[in-house]
Design a binder for this molecule. Sequence first.
Ligand SMILES: Nc1ncnc2c1ncn2[C@@H]1O[C@H](COP(=O)(O)OP(=O)(O)OP(=O)(O)O)[C@@H](O)[C@H]1O
Ligand SMILES: [Mg+2]
Length: 399
Amino acid sequence: MGVVWLMWFDHSSNSGRLLLMLLAVIGVGIAVWRRCGDKGCGAALVRGWWHRRLWRENAGPLGLAGPDGQAGRVVSVVGDEWGTTSTYRLWPGQGPAAFEARAVELAHAMGVLTARVSSPGPGLVMVRYLTGDPLGAVSLRPWPLMSVARWQLGDAVPSGVGEDGRVVTVALWSSSVLLAGSPGSGKSATMWLLVLAAMLDPSVRLMAVDLKGGVELGLVASRAERLATTLDDAVAVIDDALVEVSGRYGVLRERGLRKVESGDPSMPPLVVVIDELAELTGTGSKESKAAGESLRRLVATGRAAGVTVIAATQKPSSDVVPTGLRDLFATRIGLRCGMRGQAETIAPEIAGELTKIPASQPGTAYVVDEGGSWQRFRAWYLTDDMVRQVASAAEAARS
Ligand SMILES: Nc1ncnc2c1ncn2[C@@H]1O[C@H](COP(=O)(O)OP(=O)(O)OP(=O)(O)O)[C@@H](O)[C@H]1O
Ligand SMILES: [Mg+2]
C-alpha cells in the first residue's frame, strides 16, 4: 500500500493529488460523523464552533467582554432539542447580572428566541439559549404521585417540569405557598397538586376555605375537618387554626423546643387551603380586613408550629396580598398575569416575565424558593377524574 502511495505521489499530477486528498479528508470526516452520529457529537462540534464564533463576535459590542475586548472563555456548549446551554467564565469584577441586563440583546445576537441567565457556581455564568418554548406542550409524563398509595408531607411535592426537563418540586412542611395569576392561568389546577399530596399523607389535618361556594375545593369535603364557604366560616377556620398554633407553642415551650419536628405524632401537620384569597382579604369590609390580619398572623406563626397555608388569588393586588403578608410565604408561585401591576405585587423581580406567559399555556409559572431564585416550569395538569382518583387513594390510605 505504502509503495503504491509513493509511486502515485511521485508520478501523478498536482490536481489529481489534491482531488484524492480532498476525497480522503471527506471520507474521514464522514466516517467520524457516522461513528459518533448516535451521540450527536458531529452536530455538537459544529454547534460548539458556531457558538464560539458568534460569542467572540458579540461579547464586545454587548459590553460583556473583558479587558482588551476579549470574550470570556467558553467552558461548555451543550445542545438539546430546545436550544443550547453555554457556560462562560466571568472576568474579575463581572457578575451574572451583567448578562441578565443584556439577555434580550444576547438572544438577538445569538439568533435565538430567548436567553435565560443563571450562575452554576462562583466565577461562572450559564446562559440557556432557547429556540422554542419547552413548556409549550403539556408534559406527557404522568404526575409522579398519581399512583402512589401514600405520601409524607415532609417530602417536597413534584409539581411540574422545568425548562431543562427536570422535575420542579414545592416544599410544604412548615412552608406556606402563595399562588397568584390572572383568571384561567392555572392556579387551582396547580394548587390541587399540593392539596392532593397533602391528602395522601394520612397524618395531615386539613382545613379548607373556598369562598366560590365550595365549587373548587368541594372534593376535599370528606377529607377536610373544616370546609368554609362563607366569610364568617372562613374567619372561624383561621381563628381555630390560630388557637391550634398557640396551643402548640405552649407544648413546645414545655418541651424546650423551638419548632415542631416533622413526624411528631402529637402535633401532626395542619394544612389550611384557601382558594380565592381576594374574597377573604380583599373585599374592603371590616371583617375582611380582620381576616387579612388573622391570616398574616397564621402564616407568620404557623411555620414553627407545623402549619402550612396554601393560598391562591386571581387578584394579586396590594389590598389582597399586602407586602407584609406576601413576604411571609416561603414559596411564591407566579402564573400568567394580565396586568403588570399585579405581576409586580406577586413577584416584582420577574414581573415582566409573568406578563409574557401566553394565555394559551395555563399552568406555566415561575416559582421562587427561600433562596430567592426563580424557576420557570409547567405544572402537571390533572383532569377532574384524575383528581377524584387520587382523592380516593388518599381516603384509602387513611383507612
Ligand atoms: N398545567 C396545566 N396544563 C394544561 N392546562 C392547564 C393547566 N392548568 C390549567 N389548565 C387549563 O386551564 C384551565 C383553568 O385552570 P384553573 O381553573 O386552574 O385556573 P385558575 O387560575 O384557577 O382560574 P380562576 O382564577 O378562574 O379560578 C383548566 O380548566 C385547564 O383546562
Ligand atoms: Mg381557580
